[in-house]
Write a protein that binds this ligand. Sequence first.
Ligand SMILES: NC(=O)c1ccc[n+]([C@@H]2O[C@H](COP(=O)([O-])OP(=O)(O)OC[C@H]3O[C@@H](n4cnc5c(N)ncnc54)[C@H](O)[C@@H]3O)[C@@H](O)[C@H]2O)c1
Length: 283
Amino acid sequence: MAISEPSGASAADNSALPLEGQVALVTGSGRGLGRTIAEKLLSLGANVVLHDINEEAPSRFGEAASLSALAESMNDSSAADVVAVVGDLTDEAAVKALVAAAENMLGPISILVNCAGGDVGANGDKPSPATPTNFKVDDVLAVLGRNLIGTMLMCREVAPGMVDRKCGSILTIGSILAHRGSTEEVGYACAKAAVVHYTRSLASELRESGVRANVVSPGPTKTARFMATRETDSKMDDSGPSLIRYASPAEIADAVSYFAGPDSRYISGQVLLVDGGDGTYAC
Ligand SMILES: NC(=O)c1ccc[n+]([C@@H]2O[C@H](COP(=O)([O-])OP(=O)(O)OC[C@H]3O[C@@H](n4cnc5c(N)ncnc54)[C@H](O)[C@@H]3O)[C@@H](O)[C@H]2O)c1
């Protein structure tokens, strides 16, 4: 007996560009991991909306002159379209405006990647102290804002349209610290754990519509910010066969593209740790 594919889900096709015609918005994609994810989705045929908190964010660690300059250069080297929007994701009005601007330029968003975030406290630096018994409330609120609240606001703004169209994939970047206790980065670990729980809740709500929501939790990854803001271990900065090393941004982007594309069409509410097997913790 032949078994047919469900009509709502787009079954995997054999096209060379599996995301052709889709619109992907990647938050925090002016630099770092978000930028690599945006480039990967573009290479798979998606039209891409770059986003950052402001025009200058890509220049902070020398990755591009500005967000517009990055969008222009990506646009020039691709058949698909690339546009850019800016806005602080902790600001409800800004989120509304940037999603409207994105959809005005490229049409309905079918792939949302929540990548903006990081362990950045109230004064713009890594919070210190940030242990379970010694932390500043302002830092915890800032970290929760940029990781959890920004993700929730983006999903609240984008998901209803996906539900109406019965089509969409939402992918949020977590962290291995979401899955184990942290003595040094407690606010960040709690914020990323909350992002995981929010995504599971969202996936349940969206199930009937066919819209999916998943998390990719990276281990330490060699982004420009990561390399510039800490003392790195040279033994981990290796590109050999061993998995005991830092990840490259491309290795995380490959996992994200799986969740964005048709090959994961029956997978939702899941968390994939992309950490080279360093999984000494419960999921
Ligand atoms: N690099 C790693 O080792 C690593 C590991 C696990 C998880 N992560 C996560 O991956 C994501 C990207 O990290 P990265 O290493 O590329 O760092 P990054 O600092 O280069 O990227 C973060 C991006 O988010 C943007 N952003 C931050 N707060 C924002 C806000 N309120 N509104 C709008 N944009 C905002 C920043 O401007 C920046 O473009 C983050 O969510 C981070 O927590 C990174």
